[in-house]
Design a protein around this ligand. Structure first.
Ligand code: ASP
Ligand code: MG
Length: 409
């Protein structure tokens, strides 16, 4: 007998029929003798609908009231799911974040979980009840409702699993696992049986959208076995694990290819190449709360250099404004912006023990005549910035070059 925390996302509870199907699914596990804690999201589209209502009143409404509003979405789902369970003769009890006491800090709309009181849930489990918890929400020390940021129900699931020392946290969604890359872009994309937390984190931060990044961080930190599965198709899904021992199969060098079109590139050209210039350019960007991703500085031939970096596309206009002022300040020639770029990353813990991964990546791109504009690496990732037009071609070439079609599952 195990304790499972299962999380069902918005599409999985998007209609009353689907909520009834989730109830059936939970019952199957109950029937096998498992203790069940179920975390649910708001019915699909509901959170956006609520945000839309708020925005009809004000563009940036008060964040405390925003949390009171958007947390209602999940409250609807927990009640309906408990009704569906009870109708089928299974005892169940619903809890909002406040009722569990999922204690968070007071950072409304992006709160962080600090502590979880498991006593109510434990008592229910001991009494044979299914526990159903509203995802995405908590309560601060003053009793204010808080929410955890978009996609936050994943984090609720993982945090409950950690607090209850569950055997597994299962994230049910509309895909049947984590793929080597997006199957919509690359036909040969394959479901992975296993992926490490570290790889999953890189995949998520490089643009793969299966799980909320914070949920993966949390699961890695507390070593919660995490599994991504399809809500309504049977299958083993993908296990996300700390275990890097893939001895049952050959460890691939690259596990996955992530990509995104979220970034834009800015170049401050013709900057005098003197100590402190990079800091003088980048400090005002940081002060304007603009996050920088990839940075490249050219070698200087004539005493001047170009500093190029990427920011989120939504921040491009703001960055241009800031740099307009900085440009004069540091005596730069001009600022050039380009938002027609994309980032493609190869990710794999196998890279640590293999040489030549980067050159293989660059060869594959060269063969397709794709120009690399910027490069950045970490221990288990190599990412390149390329022209947005070649993104899909690049993903397919790299998928093939690293033999990802051939992974045996
Ligand atoms: N309902 C929230 C959202 O749409 C939280 C979640 O679904 O994870 O972002
Ligand atoms: Mg989600």
């Amino acid at each position: 007998m195990s304790l499972f925390v299962q999380k069902y996302g918005g599409t999985s509870v998007g209609t009353v029929e689907r909520i009834e199907s989730v109830a059936e699914k939970v019952i199957k596990f109950r029937e096998q003798g498992h203790d069940m804690v179920v975390v649910v999201s708001a019915m699909s589209g509901e959170t956006n609908r609520l945000i839309g209502l708020a925005n009809q009143i004000q563009e940036n409404p008060d964040s405390r009231e925003m949390d009171v509003l958007v947390s209602t979405g999940e409250q609807v789902t927990i009640a309906l799911l408990c009704m569906a369970l009870k109708k089928r003769g299974y005892d169940a009890r619903s809890y909002t974040g406040t009722q569990v006491k999922i204690l968070t800090d007071s950072a409304h709309t992006k709160a962080r979980i600090q502590d979880i009181d498991v006593s109510n849930m434990r008592a229910d489990l001991d009494a044979g009840r299914v526990v159903v918890v509203a995802g995405f929400q908590g309560v601060d020390e003053h009793g204010n409702i808080t929410t955890l940021g978009r996609g936050g129900s994943d984090t609720t699931g993982v945090a409950l699993a950690a607090a209850l020392k569950a055997d597994e946290c299962q994230i049910y969604t509309d895909v049947d696992g984590v793929y080597t890359t997006d199957p919509r872009v690359c036909e040969g994309a394959r479901r992975l049986d296993k992926i490490t937390f570290e790889e999953m984190l890189e995949m998520a931060s490089q643009g793969s959208k299966v799980l909320q990044i914070r949920a993966v961080e949390f699961a890695g930190k507390y070593n919660v076995p995490l599994r991504v599965l399809h809500s309504f198709q049977d299958g083993p899904g993908t296990l996300i694990t700390l275990d890097e021992d893939f001895s049952d199969m050959e460890q691939p060098v690259v596990s996955g290819i992530a990509f995104n079109r979220d970034e834009a590139k800015v170049t401050v050209a013709g900057v005098p190449d003197t100590p402190g210039v990079a800091a003088r350019i980048l400090a005002p960007i940081g002060a304007a709360n603009i996050e920088i991703d990839v940075i490249v500085q050219n070698a200087s031939a004539d005493g001047t250099t170009d500093i190029t970096f990427t920011v989120h596309r939504n921040d491009l206009e703001k960055a241009k404004t800031v740099l307009g002022k900085v440009c004069a300040d540091v005596n730069a020639r001009e600022v050039i912006a380009d938002d027609k770029i994309a980032k493609v990353s190869i990710v794999g813990v196998g890279m640590r023990s293999h040489a030549g991964v980067a050159s293989k990546m660059f060869d594959a791109l060269a063969e397709d005549n794709i120009n690399i504009q910027m490069i950045t690496t970490s221990e288990i990732k190599i990412a390149v910035i390329i022209d947005e037009r070649y993104l899909e071609l690049a993903v397919r070439s790299l998928h093939k070059a690293f033999g990802l079609e051939a992974i045996e599952n």
